[in-house]
Write a protein that binds this ligand. Structure first.
Ligand code: SUG
Length: 446
């Protein structure tokens, strides 16, 4: 049986802006209040999706969320007409208002954790939306994420959907950004790596001091239980608290895995040697396993955070060749560019690097890997996916026209309080749910 790894990229929403909402995420704070371009951001994302589709990859689109989130504002006590709610909130609670305008659902690596059917007890693909409790603006996402995922993977013979974990920091869960999977072949059972930043119920254990650890061990264990994963198919690793304090707010800023390759920075984890031994034992000997460790002298943690060297996608082309999808920031940094060029000449499965301009997203701390949710699918499962969300030449053309019609070229902080932006956004999303055949997934449609 054949299986593919599909990437479902977040389509950037019409309110994409820089509000400095993410403490611990260096780019988000550095670019706070700069002007953004929602149109350019959406088009950069679409270009990456189309390029992967053209390379022969299975590529899908994950719809953005409704912003400003009027339902959240009403829940927080703002009332009256929609325009009154917006105007009052923007005036009386500007920080809250900026948070409910964030287009952060574009980073679909944080949408959910997904386990392929080869790993799960019931042989289904399992999805658990991430609760994203650590940041208020992101905690608004999981309900709608769950609805969108159900509309995309809508066949209970193949797909199992769970509710997000309890909305509490003890179970802080950031989804696939802290999860990766190694396997000899996508169709075979693999080893799922869950990476956490702290222990929720044991304060004697190491934890970062300066910036928050967004994911707990207990959340990882709960997701693994829900998905019916075996002990022999899971490994839990603690992120090195020192790198969280240097701006590594998700593990995918410092490590990425695919098939038989784990690409990571020397400082990424605690107890690295012991954990690598456990991974090697659980992986077995069916194919060679490559640990590509980047040393401090090769690339510092600071350079990794600035260029997003590890927030790259490692993909296997249909030819079997492994390629790195990197942001242009890696190309523009002499040391990182040299590292990547030399890497392709070494004895690892990685043969090529392709660079993509996703700068609009990068300025909020979202690289190529943040923008995608990976879903491994067998041929039968692929056929059960809602076909309207799969990238094609026609869908690419249609979505570009849709962006041109509805998106602004530029957005400043003051523009967020314009009630017209809400109307534009709803009009755009209403049309999008028809293009992607999602049904009524947004509050304003229900
Ligand atoms: O959660 N940035 C996102 C970036 C998420 C990146 N995802 C992964 N690494 N997988 C975050 O910090 C910034 C929004 C703002 O400041 O306007 C933001 O939410």
């Amino acid at each position: 049986m054949q299986a593919y790894e599909a990437n479902f990229d977040g389509l950037v929403g019409p309110t994409h802006n820089y509000a400095g909402l993410s403490v611990g995420n260096v780019a988000s704070l550095n670019n706070a209040k700069n002007a953004s371009s929602p149109k350019q951001a959406a088009k950069q994302g679409l270009q990456k999706m189309k390029a992967l589709h053209d390379l022969g990859m299975l590529q899908g689109v994950l719809a953005p969320q409704e912003r400003p989130d009027l339902a959240a504002l009403r829940r927080l006590g703002f009332s009256g007409t929609d325009t009154q709610v917006i105007t009052q909130a923007a005036k009386q609670a500007p920080q809250v208002y900026r948070a409910v305008c964030s287009a952060s659902s574009m980073w679909t690596a944080n949408a959910a954790t997904v386990s392929p059917s080869a790993d799960t007890a019931d042989g289904k693909v399992h999805f658990t939306p991430a609760n994203l409790t650590n940041k208020f603006h992101r905690s608004l996402e999981p309900e709608t994420t769950g609805r969108i995922l159900r509309a995309m993977f809508n066949d209970s013979r193949h797909f199992a959907h769970h509710q997000h974990l309890p909305d509490n920091d003890h179970f802080g869960d950031e989804g696939a950004a802290n999860h990766t999977r190694l396997c000899s072949d996508y169709a075979k059972a693999g080893v799922e790596l869950f990476v956490y930043g702290r222990h929720a119920f044991d304060s004697s254990k190491p934890a970062p001091q300066r910036y928050p650890a967004r994911q707990t061990l207990e959340a990882c264990q709960a997701v693994a239980r829900l998905h019916g994963l075996s002990d022999t198919g899971t490994v839990y690793l603690q992120q090195n608290p020192a790198v969280i304090d240097q701006g590594v707010f998700h593990n995918d800023v410092i490590a990425v895995g695919n098939r038989n390759v784990l690409f990571y920075h020397q400082q990424a984890f605690l107890d690295t040697q012991q954990k690598l031994t456990e991974i090697r034992q659980k992986f077995g000997e069916t194919s060679p396993l490559h640990f590509i460790e980047v040393k401090d002298q090769q690339v510092s943690v600071a350079d990794a955070v600035n260029t997003y060297l590890f927030n790259t996608q490692l993909i296997n082309l249909p030819s079997g060749e492994m390629v790195i999808i990197a942001p242009t920031e890696c190309q523009e940094h002499a040391g990182v560019y040299r590292y990547l060029t030399e890497l392709c000449e070494q004895d690892t499965p990685i043969r090529q690097v392709k660079y993509f301009d996703v700068k609009q997203s990068m300025r909020n701390g979202g690289g190529p890997a943040c923008l995608r949710l990976r879903v491994v699918l067998t041929e039968q499962e692929r056929q059960a996916v809602n076909p309207a969300v799969l990238m094609s030449d026609a869908l690419f053309g249609r979505l570009n026209t849709w962006v041109d019609k509805h998106y602004r070229d530029q957005l400043n902080e003051a523009d967020l309080a314009d009630p017209q932006l809400m109307i534009e956004s709803r009009t755009a999303l209403d049309e999008l749910t028809q293009i992607l055949q999602l049904g009524s997934v947004y509050s304003f449609q229900r």
